[in-house]
Every structure is written in structure tokens, then in C-alpha cells.
Design a protein around this ligand. Structure first.
Ligand code: IPE
Ligand code: IPE
Ligand code: MG
Length: 236
């Protein structure tokens, strides 16, 4: 789109569903449902801005601490979303990827994720990454374990490890780091999101609650991103 900067990968912490529900005097689950509608809406416009990868923080390794009722509702919503959106993703050439510990999700959820991932990987132009049962520290620990096992088996030497090699052990090594990370609902923290990948990303925090997030705001965020001076530690 004209005059807007190119952003290949946008990562979003979709926060504020609970506060949205509270504000409207509704149960928390209703906030999550409205949040899922916002995801659908986002998928209708985000790729028109030249974005190729979108990572959405949907369930953290810490979110298991919530009530059983809320966790079950989130898992049910996810299953419904997958069932509903599979065809749309195929039609729009969007591939689904998951970052996180898929095996720790309920069996039916994990198997429908695997099914949609396999189907949509056949032909695609865009990528939707859902961060599910995801923790930035867990990802780094899992990568370290994989690397250690290869060292023990003699496949690789510990001294050969550098940053680019370490990236190969993360969940999605082929995905470029996000240039931009958006968090809705105003909290100024990472909440264990993409600790490695966000090292040099630009952050944008908006007070808008996720269910109220719109294309108009997304466009404004891109405009704001275009004015940032990304220095990566250097000086001209
Ligand atoms: C984000 O909304 C969705 C998930 C974490 C699954 P929250 O449920 O965290 O909403 P708030 O923070 O309570 O408003
Ligand atoms: C981060 O939001 C996780 C997701 C959006 C899935 P939380 O609501 O869980 O984060 P905290 O508890 O405010 O740090
Ligand atoms: Mg929250």
C-alpha cells in the first residue's frame, strides 16, 4: 500500500479480551469470542499491506494457570476457529504454523492443528503463526536440549555454536524475526513472548483492547513504524 513501510513479519500480543468482556458486563469467554472475530478480521486485511508472516500470541505456557473453565473455552474456540477457517486459509493461500509445545495441547486440538498445518503447507504465499502453549523461555530451553542431544551424539561440537546456528534449533528456524511487535491493552511487558526473536524488533503498545482492534489502527501503527530510526546498535 502507498507510502507505508514494508513489514515482512508482524507479531501481536492479543491482550485485553477479559477487560473487554468486563467493560461490556459479559463473561470472559465472550471477550475471547469477540477476540477471535478480530483475528478473522485481521486476516482479511493484514496481508494486503505486504506482510508475509503474522504471529499471534494466543495461549502462553503461563495461561494454564487460568480457571479450567476459561482454558477449556479457549481450546474449544481454537478448535472451532480451525474448523471454520481452514477453507478460507486454503482459498487465500495462507499457511498455518504453530510455535509452541504442540504436544502439550489437548489431543484433539493438536491433531486438528497438525491437519490444517499439513493441508495449508502445500501451496501458500502467506503465513499465519499461532503461538500456542508458547513460552519464550520454553522455546530457548527446548532449543538448548536439542542442541545438547546432538552434541552428546557426536553430531556437532559445542564450540561450533553461534547465534545463527542456535536459531536453527528454535521452533520455526525459517521464519524471519518480526520487525514489529504490537501489544494491545496497554501492558508494558513481553509476557514471555518471542524472547529470542524480538531482540531488535520495534514495539508498539496501544491501549485499545484486542476485540476493538481495527484495520484503521493497524495502518496508523505501520505509519508510526515507518518513522522509526532502526539503528541496530550502529550509527551512520
Ligand atoms: C488475551 O486476553 C487472551 C489470552 C491471554 C488468551 P486476556 O484474557 O489476557 O484479557 P485480559 O488481560 O484479562 O483483559
Ligand atoms: C499474554 O497475555 C498472553 C497472550 C496474549 C496469549 P497475558 O494476559 O497472559 O499476560 P499477562 O498475564 O498480562 O502478563
Ligand atoms: Mg491479559
Amino acid at each position: 500500500m502507498n507510502d507505508l513501510p514494508e513489514v515482512k513479519h508482524v507479531a501481536i500480543i492479543m491482550d485485553g479480551n477479559g477487560r473487554w468482556a468486563k467493560k461490556h458486563d459479559l463473561p470472559r469467554v465472550e471477550g475471547h469470542k469477540k477476540g477471535a472475530d478480530t483475528v478473522e478480521d485481521l486476516l482479511n486485511y493484514v496481508y494486503n499491506y505486504g506482510v508475509k508472516y503474522v504471529t499471534l500470541y494466543a495461549f502462553s505456557t503461563e495461561n494454564w494457570k487460568r480457571s479450567e473453565e476459561e482454558v477449556n473455552a479457549l481450546m474449544a474456540l481454537l478448535s472451532f476457529f480451525l474448523q471454520e477457517k481452514k477453507q478460507k486459509m486454503l482459498d487465500n493461500r495462507i499457511r498455518l504454523c504453530v510455535t509452541g509445545r504442540i504436544d502439550g495441547l489437548p489431543k484433539e486440538v493438536a491433531s486438528s492443528l497438525r491437519n490444517v498445518m499439513a493441508e495449508t503447507a502445500k501451496d501458500y504465499e502467506y503465513t499465519l503463526i499461532l503461538a500456542l502453549n508458547y513460552g519464550g523461555r520454553a522455546e530457548i530451553v527446548d532449543a538448548a536440549k536439542k542442541f545438547a542431544k546432538e552434541c552428546i551424539s557426536g553430531k556437532i561440537s559445542p564450540d561450533s555454536l553461534d547465534e545463527s546456528m542456535f536459531k536453527e534449533y528454535l521452533y520455526l528456524p525459517d521464519v524471519p524475526d518480526p520487525e514489529l511487535m504490537i501489544r494491545t491493552s496497554g501492558e508494558l511487558r513481553l509476557s514471555n513472548f518471542l524472547l529470542w526473536e524480538l531482540s531488535y524488533s520495534e514495539f508498539y503498545v496501544t491501549d485499545t483492547l484486542w476485540p476493538d482492534f481495527s484495520e484503521e489502527e493497524f495502518r496508523k501503527i505501520l505509519e508510526n513504524f515507518g518513522k522509526r530510526d532502526r539503528r541496530f546498535g550502529g550509527r551512520k
